[in-house]
Design a protein around this ligand. Structure first.
Ligand code: FE
Length: 130
């Protein structure tokens, strides 16, 4: 299955910083409470740090206390995949356009969605509303 944005690992390594590469391409997780968008409250859009696809909007961001940026829903399409790694059953969230790892979605979010998209800051770039 092809993706809209396909690059070699060498290209990704060149374009992303080390932490972005580790999270997006190697499914890493940033340490909690350390990411640069954990406490971002400005109005705007969060796009994929790998390919620029719009993924989340500030109006859906909420303070979950979990240490990572948390959203009640995605802005549009995201890819979700069952993840059995690390002895847990989780749902991984990926960018549909470049396949980059974003984080996981859990069913303990606020109403009405009941969802918490728990997303690494390193996977996101913030574009403030103009
Ligand atoms: Fe992407």
């Amino acid at each position: 299955m092809g993706r809209k944005v396909e690059k070699s690992e060498e290209e990704w390594k060149r374009e992303l910083d080390a932490e972005q590469y580790r999270v997006l391409r190697e499914k890493g997780t940033e340490a909690p409470f350390t990411g640069k968008h954990y406490e971002t409250r400005m109005a705007g859009t969060y796009v994929c740090a790998g390919c620029g696809k719009e993924l989340f909007v500030s109006g859906d961001k909420f303070d979950s206390g979990c240490g990572w940026p948390s959203f009640a829903r995605p802005a549009g399409e995201v890819e979700e995949r069952r993840d059995l790694s690390q002895g847990m059953v989780r749902t991984e969230v990926l960018c549909p356009d470049c396949g980059g790892h974003l984080g996981h979605v859990f069913e303990d979010g606020p109403k009405p969605t009941g969802l918490r998209y728990c997303i690494n800051s390193a996977s996101l770039k913030f574009r403030p509303r103009e």
